[in-house]
Design a protein around this ligand. Sequence first.
Ligand code: IPE
Length: 300
Amino acid sequence: MIALAENEKLRQVEDAIKKAGRTPSSQKNLTKEFELKAKPTILKLGGSAISHKDKPLAANQFIIENLAREIAKANVQQLVVVHGGGSFGHPIAKQYAINEGFKDASQIIGFSKTHDAMAVLNGLVVQALIQHNISALGIAPSSFILTKSSRIEKMDNSIVAELLRTGFVPVLYGDAVLDLDRGFTILSGDQLVAKLAINLDAERIILGVDVDGLFTADPKRDSSARFIPYITLKKLKMMQNWIEKAKVTDVTGGMYGKIIELIPAIEHGVQTAIVNATKKDTVRKALCNEKVVGTIIEKE
Ligand code: IPE
């Protein structure tokens, strides 16, 4: 009798899991890690869009709230959200030179503070998504990623893959992480986006920033800056040298530095679009594959 009741309970759990689009573990080959229902979409929310860049630790609640509503409306299957640091991660990381690696013990508290600030911002993004009935789940990259000379070296892909398969929207972020050569470093949300896109065989990357896309110069400082609606990977690579030498303001490389990080994913065949996450309805349209102002980067 007890066994029957337990069997019934098990059956109910398995039905619930099936409904959520996941194969019950009893029937699943656990080694086939990335057999997802649909190819994932990776959405990056730039720190400059979701925070006030010039005010330390100031979230842009209005934008976060709008984005959560738009993401809910778009109702994309297999979505991973990665957000940046803006005025949460960058100033503290810079103050303690976290991205220069371990030099002395006084930096360690800076690592904690940087991670903590990012976790606070992550909480705000996750809460906004949950309020719109999205099963968001925040995960700290520092808890499952190790870098080597600031490049991702070890990463347990099964965590994000399993979350997706179960029906969650994993929400990751640029973080202070441990580094096998340098002790620690800053892992940008963009390097993480590219790695996730490759490892999860994503369909597309949408990069939500606070400008309309790529420009020939910084549109906020240079009125002659021209908008680039489309660029091939080849051209982007040609610009790489110039970009690397360009003056950048944040610890992970400024706008072009971010795009450069995406090259391996674009090379892998992941479609990439840069759009303005601060303009109403833009992220929703991009998620729904509707026409929107932005820069498309393609392999060829
Ligand atoms: C930076 O992440 C994270 C930290 C400084 C801890 P990103 O480089 O992805 O952040 P944004 O989007 O430029 O703000």
